[in-house]
Structure formats: structure tokens, C-alpha cells
Design a protein. Structure first.
Length: 194
């Protein structure tokens, strides 16, 4: 079951494995379970794998408690127009905004939906860049939160000072630096046009 999601496991500052959840679970040393840190490469956040009952059980349990990215949220029954999945929420606007919305074809709801879709399309690249940058920060915090000049590296990351970030991270343990450099390149690729 390859869903494209990848993980990376570290024992201290040493890279143990990289790949799908099955490969990671198979590579974990049972005798040093608590010392292993498994990171979701997409989010940079730690992942818990309970290896007490074997690899198959750990993978199955992880999949059961982690929704797949391509799975839709379950439909909620309710009033309104369920075929469209419409969800009513409160929106607070200034009177001039309501006046403008009243003049739009289809009414206020249709105009707001159009504006939201346009903003989603135009901001998709920046959203992806921000998500990858956040993943890098989470991984960096988990692996090197106590490393020398961590705060300087974080400032460089969010200032998009690539050279400054690289100059600091390269001084950290080799496997950690290589992993963070890979995540950093992914974030840079997302913000590059084309």
C-alpha cells in the first residue's frame, strides 16, 4: 500500500532509515525503542510507532489512527444543501462590504465562494511553501532543538536567508544536517517559480 508518504527514523543524531512506514517499522531496533525518533517527512512531526506487538501491528495501528491525505472527510448529515456540502458559518463584514456583495451576481454567498476559490488558486504556491517551511522547522526542533545557534537557524529559515540557514545547519551532526538540507531544498523548490 504505497501512499507516497515518507518517514525518516533517527537514533540520536544517526539516520536509521528513510522510506514508507513499513520500511521504517522494519528498521527500528526493538531494544532501543524509546531512543528512536521517527519523523513524518511531510509535516516534520514525530510519529509514534508501538512496536510491542511486531512490525505488522505497528504499521496497522499507525494507519488506523492516521487519516490518509487522499481520503475525504466523512459527510455530516444536516440541514441545507447536502449535495453541495454547504456549511453555514458566521461572517462579520463592514456595511460597505455587505453593500458590495449585494450587487454581485448570485448574491453574497456566491460572491464569497468565488473570492475564496480565487484566493486559494492564487495563494497555492505560497501555502505549499509555508507548509514545507513549517515541516522543516518542526523536524529541526525535534532533531536539533538544543544544537548550537538553533535560534539563529530558525530566524534564517523564516527570513528565507538560505545561505545563513545552510551555514549554521552544516555545523550540526552529519545525518541531521543532510536531512534538514533535503527538507530545506524541498521548501526552496516550492517557492521557486515554474
Amino acid at each position: 500500500m504505497g501512499d507516497g508518504q515518507t518517514f525518516t527514523a533517527f537514533l540520536g543524531h544517526r539516520l536509521l532509515a528513510h522510506g514508507g512506514i513499513e520500511a521504517i517499522a522494519a528498521a527500528l531496533p526493538v531494544d532501543q525503542q524509546g531512543a528512536v525518533l521517527v519523523l513524518d517527512d511531510g509535516t516534520g512531526r514525530p510519529v509514534d510507532l508501538d512496536m510491542r506487538h511486531g512490525v505488522g501491528h505497528a504499521v496497522s495501528e499507525h494507519r488506523n489512527r492516521t487519516p490518509r491525505p487522499d481520503e475525504a472527510a466523512p459527510a455530516r448529515p444536516g440541514r441545507g444543501r447536502p449535495r453541495l456540502g454547504v456549511v453555514a458559518r458566521e461572517v462579520t463584514l463592514l456595511p460597505r462590504h455587505w453593500d458590495w456583495l449585494a450587487t454581485q451576481p448570485g448574491g453574497a454567498s456566491a460572491a464569497i465562494r468565488r473570492l475564496v476559490e480565487e484566493a486559494r488558486r492564487s495563494g497555492a504556491a505560497e501555502d505549499e511553501t509555508r507548509q514545507r517551511q513549517d515541516a522543516l522547522y518542526h523536524a529541526m526542533s525535534a532533531l536539533a532543538g538544543d544544537a548550537p545557534r538553533f535560534e539563529d537557524a530558525a530566524r534564517a529559515l523564516f527570513a528565507r536567508d538560505d545561505a545563513g540557514f545552510d551555514a549554521i545547519v552544516v555545523t550540526w551532526p552529519v545525518d541531521v544536517a543532510a536531512y534538514l538540507a533535503r527538507l530545506a531544498q524541498s521548501a526552496r523548490d516550492a517557492r521557486s517559480p515554474g
